[in-house]
Design a binder for this molecule. Structure first.
Ligand code: SF4
Length: 381
């Protein structure tokens, strides 16, 4: 009798959220596999990000912070959560949205409409900079000239500099991006596969560019993509669903919270090499959810041999941007475009301004390969 009572109590308890033990669970957390209710999910999701911010001293009171906003789920959830945490915990930050218009018709023009709505929804001032204004070229123009190979190299290099220029325009102290744990694990793996020691040594840092114009932070460093996706999406929670199925059916913390975000992929995305790494990490995650955190930990624990030659930081002779070469990558790529020799900038033709310099310093071949094969530049950190 006692045994059956105990069994039925245990069964009852298993139907309750394992954190509050009061409400029915509506999801299984991808990170911990705990079955929890919607309210506890929001609480742990936001609290973990708050703890990352506090433990890593990401911000100081009074700082101006730009949120790199593309209109996609990561940056939309970041803008929402950071606004909430700033208010709730009195961080004392002045927050801004900073968007880059690459000039991709049918993609960025639509996603920027979402960011403009977010500006009103969250009450955050928005600054938009375009490639056309900064470089005289849109990505549509560039793709017309170079086709769909290496387009992301141009886009990524230009975006990185455009974000810094936007941050300078806004006079912010920090720039935050929505890179999540999956992005970072993927980048660790790619940098190992490419033998790109310089990037490997910095890709797991939560703050980068402290020696550059504007430090960049990644408050979502330990946040799983599947949880960002679910944060807004627990609408039909009558069943305990695995996150995989929720992601599949509803797409996104953004959907749960009914956040307004844009979910279409870039029309110029090649996605081959990076896509393979991404799928591999998703497979590992299915077998062992901790795999993502473990890859990040491995990246953090790498020690670069003191004999390894690292690029020396200087400034571009042409535009003054940080560069380890005579001209920065953006200037080299732009020069190639303007001269009608776009391949010159991606290391396929001789005679570029940095060509001689590269010969002098005997730069490892891996550096050129890394630039050639880089995919979506939004992930270039
Ligand atoms: Fe630019 Fe990313 Fe599109 Fe490539 S996939 S063209 S980097 S927005």
């Amino acid at each position: 009798m006692e045994a059956s009572e105990g069994k039925s109590k245990k069964q009852g308890a298993s139907r309750l959220c394992c954190l509050c033990n009061q409400r029915r669970p509506v999801l299984k957390r991808p990170k911990t596999l705990q079955q929890i209710c919607k309210e506890c999910f929001y609480e742990v999701f936001e609290e973990e990000i708050h703890q990352v911010i506090v433990k890593n001293h990401l911000f100081k009171s009074g700082e101006r912070v730009a949120i790199g906003a593309s209109g996609g789920k990561d940056s939309t959830v970041l803008a929402y959560v950071l606004s909430e945490l700033n208010r709730r915990h009195s961080y004392g930050l002045d927050l801004f949205l900073l968007s880059i218009d690459e000039g991709i018709t049918g993609y960025r023009d639509d996603s920027l409409e979402t960011v403009k709505r977010n500006e009103l929804q969250y009450g955050l001032p928005l600054q938009i900079l375009s490639y056309k204004d900064l470089y005289g070229w849109t990505m549509d123009d560039i793709v017309k000239m170079i086709g769909l190979k290496n387009n992301c190299t141009f886009c990524g290099v230009f975006r990185r500099q455009a974000l810094d220029r936007g941050a300078a325009l806004l006079k912010v102290d920090k720039l935050v991006t929505g890179h999540n744990a999956d992005d970072i694990a993927e980048t660790v793996l790619l940098n190992i596969l490419r033998g790109d020691i310089a990037r490997l040594s910095r890709c797991t840092s939560i703050t980068t560019g402290e020696d550059g114009p504007i430090p960049r932070c990644k408050p979502f460093k330990y946040t799983y993509e599947k949880e960002i996706v679910i944060y807004p999406s627990l609408l039909n929670h009558f069943l305990v669903l695995s996150l995989t199925s929720i992601v599949f059916f509803f797409h996104t913390y953004a959907y749960f919270k009914k956040l307004d975000y844009f979910s279409t992929e870039c029309i110029y995305s090649p996605n081959a090499y990076r896509g393979f790494a991404r799928e591999f990490i998703k497979d590992l995650e299915r077998l062992r959810p901790r795999a993502i955190l473990d890859i990040i930990k491995s990246g953090e624990d790498f020690r670069i041999a003191t004999t390894t030659k690292m690029p020396e930081q200087g400034t571009c002779e042409r535009c003054g941007y940080i560069s380890s070469q005579k001209w920065c990558k953006a200037c080299v790529l732009l020069d190639g475009l303007n001269r009608g020799l776009p391949k010159m900038g991606i290391g396929r033709a001789r005679g570029g301004v940095n060509g001689d310099h590269q010969k002098e310093t005997k730069k490892p071949a891996s550096a050129a390969r890394s630039l050639e094969s880089k995919q979506c530049g939004s992930l270039d950190f």
